[in-house]
Structures are given as structure tokens and as C-alpha cells.
Design a protein around this ligand. Sequence first.
Ligand SMILES: Nc1ncnc2c1ncn2[C@@H]1O[C@H](COP(=O)(O)OP(=O)(O)OP(=O)(O)O)[C@@H](O)[C@H]1O
Ligand code: SF4
Ligand SMILES: [Mg+2]
Length: 378
Amino acid sequence: MKEEVVTKDEATVPAARGAAAEASGEPLLVVDKLVKHFPVKGGFPIRRTVGAVQAVDGIDLTVHVGESFGLVGESGCGKSTTGRLITRLLEPTSGKISYRGQDISHASRKQLAPIRSEIQMIFQDPYSSLNPRQTVGKIISGPMEINDINPAGGREKRVRELLEIVGLNPEHFNRFPHEFSGGQRQRIGVARALALEPKLIVADEPVSALDVSIQAQVVNLLQQVQKDLGIAFLFIAHDLAVVRHFSQRVAVMYLGKIIEVGDRDSIYARPRHPYTHALLSAVPEVNLDGDEEAQRERIRLAGDVPSPISPPSGCRFRTRCWKATEKCATEEPPLVRISGNGPGHLTACHFPEEPTTGARDEDIVLDPALAALEETEG
Ligand SMILES: Nc1ncnc2c1ncn2[C@@H]1O[C@H](COP(=O)(O)OP(=O)(O)OP(=O)(O)O)[C@@H](O)[C@H]1O
Ligand code: SF4
Ligand SMILES: [Mg+2]
């Protein structure tokens, strides 16, 4: 079926609801030494726990009121698990999650009820995250029904309002998800997340499944929503390009740990962790001195992340790091403000890079096996 055209690239938030709310320094979400280990079962005939997937292994992070916080890392590093722990779709193994000062780490459904509506999630796949048998109106008003919320003017009016906010035709509330394109479906997902006027949205790779041309539109929409409605975001992405213009602060995750965190300038202009350098070298437009060519593609991050069932000792990045020494294998580097870092910029590395993204003398290949292969081929 022919798509209904989205006429607006960006959402227009009705003025009455759009009193611009700036990010404040007040903490909304505080995560402290959060751990999630999934047990690995083995053995026959009695299945025993033989190990654990260390999906999230002791992370700290704070998201302030109205702030957009980016969480970035390769596939399997524990980003979604972190998001699901925060939204309490998963039970943490240990550590603490506080929301507005309240410890929700192990809160029961009943205890969570009053804040359920304040924390919402947007999922990666706009195809599977919407029930194909429900109309858009039903999908978006679902959270209102579950929470028994009856907005002034009725739920249908609110659904129309929300459709307008996300740049969809308010008259289309009776249509089904398959009648919309991928980008439009993700807008429906955004409308559903907004239905209960949340204070925090965990957006788990909300644009990864979309065409590149559509990604910017959806990111713009989220940015508009964040600014106009003062909603804090935990924006999960697998590369640094997507969160660059959206997040005021960014954390880089590797194999269940946060290895570097800081404000946007620190991370993009003065990264210190070798892994952050590697991720940035794959991001186009990291062009700080106008020397574009020299700065691109200097580090090739090849090979897979090691298994989170038996992560490397010491620094988990050491098996792919070109600077690794004996110390990296024996001592885990703490996430701290190292010499040369600005306030709030923390790095977990024994031998950090210079605070620059400038060109290197030579190419660095992170995977020795790949380098050897290239040498024999060459
Ligand atoms: N329910 C589960 N049971 C066992 N292991 C799991 C479970 N959920 C996630 N994992 C494992 O935990 C690790 C982290 O997974 P997670 O989905 O959080 O990664 P991610 O960073 O979101 O990756 P991606 O970019 O692919 O979405 C992976 O090794 C994954 O296989
Ligand atoms: S601690 Fe060592 S292995 Fe880890 S990133 Fe720093 S230099 Fe590389
Ligand atoms: Mg994920």
C-alpha cells in the first residue's frame, strides 16, 4: 500500500505543551555498580549453572532531569541489558538503580506502579514492537488503558494530539501498523512512549533498523521531544555518529563495562581511551583541524568482542588493544578522571591516548590476525 506521506521533518509540539524545559543538574536516574549476570546451564541429566554471561558488570551512570545521555558500544557489550535493567524488565544481579531518589533495584510491580508511567522504552525494531492486529489508536492508547489514565477530552483526542506531535496525520488513528513505513512506525512507537508524559525514555537503538535517509528525521523528532517536553533520554546506539548531535553526555561501553564517559566535547574532541579512539575513527566528519582525510579510518576495529562468559583479565579491551602490556592483563584500570581530563570526563585505561583525535603516524590495526593476513596478501 502507498505510504501516507509525513509532511513534517520535525515534530511540532503544540505550544500549550511545549514550554521549553532545559536539562537541569538534578539527578533523575542514578545507577550504581549495576551487575547483570545471566546463568549458563550445562550438564546432564541434572542441569547445573556452569558459568555466567557477564552482560553488565558493575556500571555507574547518572542521567539528569531533561538530559540526553548516550550509551554507545559494539554489539553484545550489554547496552540493551542495561536499558532493560533500568526499565525493570530485568532483575539486576546486584547493584542499585535509583529513580528520583527512590531505590527501584528490586521494587515489586506494586511498588513500581506509581513510577511505571514515568519511565518508557522505545525499541529498535519498529516492525516487531507494534502489535499488527491493533489499530494505531489502540496501540498508542494502550499505556493509558493499562494505567487507567483518562486525559481531559478523552483518550482519542490525546491519541490525535500525540500523532500530531510525532509528525503523523491525526486522522490515521484507525489504521494498522502495516499501512505505515518503517520511519512512520517508529514515530508510532515514539507516540506510544509519550502517551503517559514520561520523564525518562530509554531509547534502545531507535533508528538502527531504519534507512539512513529516515534516521535523521527520527533523531530530529526525538531531539525535538526531548527539548520541548523536557524528557530525559538514555539513548542507546552502536556507533558514536548517531548520538553525536543528540546527547549532551556520552558513555562508551565495552564488554559489560563503561570504559569512558564525559560530555560531548570530551568524548568527541578529547577522547582518551584507545577504544573510544577506535570507535571515533570510524565516524565520518570527525574533523577538528580541517585535515579530514588524515583523520579518517586510521584505526580499524576488527575482530569480535571476546565472550562475556570468560572476559579477559585486567582490562577487558586488552585482547584488541595495540597498547596492551602485562599490567593491562593483571590490573583492571579504574574509571577515573585521569590527568588531562576535564571535570566529569572519566577514562578506564592505564596508558591513555593523548587528548586529541588528530592524525596518527601510522595505521593501527586492532586485530593482529587480520594484519598478518593483509601482510601475506600484500
Ligand atoms: N536473556 C539472556 N540470557 C542470556 N544471555 C543474554 C540474555 N540477554 C542478553 N544476553 C547476553 O548478554 C550480552 C549482552 O547483550 P545485550 O543485548 O545487552 O547487548 P547489546 O549491547 O544490546 O548488543 P546489540 O548491539 O547486539 O543489541 C550478550 O552476550 C548477550 O548474548
Ligand atoms: S588499560 Fe591497557 S589494554 Fe586497556 S585500553 Fe588501556 S592500554 Fe589498552
Ligand atoms: Mg541491544
